[in-house]
Ligand binder design. Structure first.
Ligand code: AMP
Length: 505
């Protein structure tokens, strides 16, 4: 059994030394080159940082970045990628939380670092790569390493305003990726088109599926996600077979009618997560590339990528709910009601909870938040069993398939009724002329707001919604937009919508 993800890298390096492992628009590296660069970096870094420490990386995703990530792991440390474009104050919060000794970057980001108060020792990647590999040093680090050592940290937004650093171990990634690549039949022939930023856990599937199977990752430039033509040309030219993308990236192609231009016919697998996939858009994908496998993946960063999946096996009608399906092997996904009792019957809603090896090591340097979300399974008074409470609500449908209902925070009380905002969005999905829709409750004014892509008028929409929803669920205000704003992780930016509504920006 593997103990370190470096075994993924080295085994693929032995099998496919000359094969391109990672490529971006500027450059590429083979498996052999990746290992060689990583070992140099690892050696140099191990002279500067102790094993087990976080190593923040101030760079964008790319070939250099994966070499650095692996170098950090060879040094026995764990990496935390910092988005170079995020506000300086947030970067500072993250660096403060990490109490890191070093920060790694390249000259390319000199400008982005301006104004950043860096207390860590700053090293440039090029400088680390100058040092020769010290085999003995690296093997000693390796011998002392455990599979429960952290591999990476990903910061997610915290409700208190301070980002929380989810820490994930080698063990969790191996546990998840071994099953993920097997179930979805990912192998060395695959070319994975990377869309997700590398400080977002969707990218973990791209990176480690590539390394484990000896596949190739093609890193797609972020700006292509505003130009479907360019994006589809890239997918065709680089012969991409596998997309593991955020929902909005897939919807961008269909919204902008990308398939009228060209169809990337080599695509065999389309997997999506992060938000509810609107069936209308899924159907357009299935129409364009009917032979591909489509998978709804569900799960938060805290359980390592995903804990459940559903392979789309039939036609769905707009407005229908796609199941999030069954648990990945070695994970238990279950529902608890408000009294912490297990829900097994269809139609009853509860909080989605997860238990298994894939659970995170908690939030870095934040025992309070860790203890709130990672708790003893209330169904097990006998021995230690930590579960993660996702804060998501789920329900079994009549076929006993698990479905996502909404975030707990998106369940509101309006005029005395309990309402899932997701249900209103799903009703909007059934209206042909409406693009993506986002429903928000403004507590201050007690109004349900509907933001949607398209030009359809309020009167017409209300007429159609009345056919589907009870009167108390009808939105109070309607805002047609060219395009819904997105966060950098590709989710609908609810915060900016509500701020705009309140005239705060
Ligand atoms: P993140 O940790 O950023 O990946 O966000 C995880 C959250 O995204 C989950 O807790 C859900 O609220 C939402 N999410 C993830 N996958 C899905 C899905 N397939 N359908 C609906 N919501 C999802």
């Amino acid at each position: 059994m593997n103990r370190s993800i470096l075994e993924y890298l080295e085994e693929s390096g032995e099998r496919y030394p000359e094969k391109v492992a990672f490529a971006d628009v500027n450059t590429s590296c083979t498996y052999q080159e990746l290992i060689h660069r990583a070992r140099r970096i690892g050696t140099a870094l191990s002279r500067r940082v102790k094993p087990g420490r976080p190593v923040p990386v101030f760079m964008d995703r790319g070939v250099d970045t994966i070499c650095l990530f692996m170098g950090i792991v060879y040094a026995g440390c764990f990496y935390v990628l910092l988005d170079t474009k995020q506000p300086k104050a947030r970067i500072k919060q993250i660096l403060d939380t990490l109490c890191a000794d070093v920060l790694i970057t390249t000259k390319e980001y000199d400008k982005d670092r301006e104004g950043l108060d860096i207390r860590q020792s700053l090293y440039e990647l090029q400088e680390l790569e100058q040092e020769e590999v010290d085999e003995l040093r690296l093997s000693q680090i390796r011998e002392n390493a455990l599979d429960i050592d952290p591999l990476y940290g990903i910061f997610t937004s915290g409700s208190t305003g301070v980002p929380k650093g989810v820490v994930i171990s080698h063990r969790s990634v191996i546990d998840f990726i071994d099953h993920f690549t097997e179930i979805f039949d990912i192998d060395s022939e695959d070319v994975i088109g990377n869309q997700a930023p590398w400080d977002f856990d969707v990218s973990v599937k791209d990176i480690y599926s590539t390394l484990k199977t000896g596949a190739t990752m093609q890193i797609i430039p972020k700006q292509y996600f505003s130009f479907p033509g360019k994006l589809i040309d890239f997918l065709c030219e680089r012969q991409v077979t596998t997309l593991i993308w955020a929902v909005s990236a897939l919807c961008m192609i269909t919204t902008l009618k990308g398939f009228d231009y060209r169809i990337p016919t080599r695509i065999r697998k389309v997997m999506f997560s992060g938000e509810v996939m609107p069936v209308k858009h899924l159907n357009l994908w299935r129409e364009a590339i009917p032979d591909a496998m489509y998978v709804n993946l569900y799960g938060p960063t805290e359980i390592t990528c995903n804990c459940s999946y559903h392979i789309i096996d039939r036609e769905y009608q707009p407005g229908e709910t796609l199941p999030i399906g069954k648990s990945f092997p070695n994970e238990k996904v279950f529902l608890l009601d408000e009294d912490n009792l297990l829900i097994t019957e269809p139609g009853k809603q509860g909080e989605i909870c997860v238990s298994g090896t894939a659970l995170a090591l908690g939030y870095f340097n934040n025992p309070e938040q860790t203890n709130r979300a990672f708790v003893q399974n209330p169904l097990n008074p006998w021995y230690l069993e930590t579960i993660y409470r996702t804060g998501d609500l789920g329900i079994y449908n009549e076929n006993n398939e698990l479905c996502f209902s909404s975030r707990k925070d998106f369940q509101i009380k309006h005029m005395g009724h309990r309402i899932e905002l997701g249900e209103i969005e799903s009703a909007m999905d059934r209206i042909e002329q409406v693009g993506r829709a986002c429903c928000i409750y403004d507590e201050e004014s007690s109004k349900i707001l509907m933001f949607y892509e398209g030009v359809m008028e309020k009167r017409q929409i209300m007429k159609e919604l009345r056919e589907i929803l009870p009167a108390f669920m009808l939105p109070n205000k309607y805002y047609p937009l060219d395009k819904l704003p997105m966060t950098k992780n590709g989710k609908i930016d609810r915060k900016s919508l509500i701020q705009e509504y309140r005239g705060e920006v």
